[in-house]
Design a protein around this ligand. Sequence first.
Ligand code: PLP
Length: 428
Amino acid sequence: MSLKAFQYAESFALQMDGQDPLRGFRDCFFIPEQNGKPVVYLCGNSLGLQPKQVGEYIQKELDTWAHLGVEGHFQGENPWVYYRKRSKHTLASLLGACEEEVVAMNQLSTNLHLLMVSFYRPQPGRYKILTESGAFPSDQYIFESQTRFHGYDPHDAILEVAPRPGEHILETSDILDALDRHSSELALVVMSGVQYYTGQRFDMRHIAAAARQKGIPVGFDLAHAVGNVPLSLHDWGVDFATWCSYKYLNSGPGNVSGVFVHQRHAKSFDLPRFAGWWGYDELTRFEMKKGFKPMPGADGWLLSNDNVLGLAALQASLDLFLEAGLENLTKKSEQLTGYLEFLLHQVTNGKNILEVITPKDPASRGAQLSVFVHKGGKGLYDKISASGIVCDWRNPNVIRIAPAPLYNSYEDIYKFAVALDRALAASD
Ligand SMILES: *Cc1c(COP(=O)(O)O)cnc(C)c1O
C-alpha cells in the first residue's frame, strides 16, 4: 500500500486490522495494563511481550524435573542434553543460516567476547576494529576491553565510522570507503545489524562482501535485527554473529542469546576459542577425557549445559514465529511502520516539532522509528506515557517507537497518534 492510501482515522485502522492475516497472533500474548486498560505496547525493541504459552512450555520441563529428576537429561519428551536443538530450525530460518551454523547459548555480551576470541586476531600492523560510532554501550566496552586485552590502546585500535556533519544515519558508501581506506590495518569489522538508537538497518550484505574481499573477518550484533528484519547470514558470507532473544524474539527478560558461525569455520578446530565441556564432541563427551575435541559447527563454541527453562520460554515464542512466517511478518511490519510514519507526519502537520531520524526506505530500517523531539522533550514523552502508551526514551531527546507485527495492530498505531496529538496540543 502506498503512503497516500493511509488515513488518520479509527475506522481505517480497524479496517486494516480486519484484513490482517496475522491479527490472531495478538491474542497469543499477554498485554500489560495501566489503570485497568491494556496499554498500547510499542516497546518490543526493548523487551518483547510474553507469549501466553510460555508458562506451559516451562511447566512441561518443571514436570519432567519433578517426575524424572536427573533422568530428565536423557528421558522425557525433550531430553535436556539435546534441548537447545529444538530451537535450531526456527533460529536458522530467522538468521538465513544452516542449522549447524546456529546455537542458542549464554547472553549476548558474553557471546560477543567469546566470538572475538576466535575472530579478533590482531597482529602488529593489522590490529584495528572498524565499527559504527555510537554503538550500543556494551559493545563499546567489549571492543575497548578486547583491544586492551591484546595490548593495544582502544583510542588507536577502534575506528568508528560516523554520520556526516548534521546527519544522524550512516551512508553505506562512507562505511565501505572507511573499510577500503583502512583495509591493510583492520583485523575485524563488527557492527550492529540494526542500530539500536537510530533504527538504521545497515547494508550487511555489502559490508560483509567488502570485508571478505579484503580478507577481513566480519561479524554483526543482531540484537535489534533478529526477528525484526530478514537476514541471510550464510549467503552474505558473514563470519559470525550474535543476538539476544528478549527483544523482538519475546523470550523473556535477560533470556538466552545465540551465536552464528559460518559453515566455512565449522571444522576449523584450530581456531582459538575458549572451550567448555558442552562444546565437546557429544558422542564421547561423557567419557570425560582430557584433550578438548570441539563439535563441528557453532556447537563447538558452547561452554555450558543448556539453560532448559530459559530455552523453553524461547521455544514458546519461536513456535509462534514459525507459524506466522517471517515473510508475512516482514510484509506487515513494513505496513505498520509505514502507517506510524504517515501518522507522525499527519499529527505534526509539517511543523518542526518532531523529526524521524530513522531512514525512510523500508529496506534500511526495521520495525522501529526513532523520533527526535525538537520541542517539549521528555515532558512530551511523559504525557504520552501517562495516556497508556509504552515506548521508550533515550537521552538526549529521542523517543523510540517499535510496532512489532506479531502482536501490534493498526489500532495501536492510531491510538499512539491520538495520544501524541493530545500531548502536543497540551504543550502548546
Ligand atoms: C540489547 C543489546 C545488548 C544487550 O546485551 P546483553 O548482554 O543481552 O545484556 C547488546 N548489544 C546491543 C546492540 C543491544 O541492542
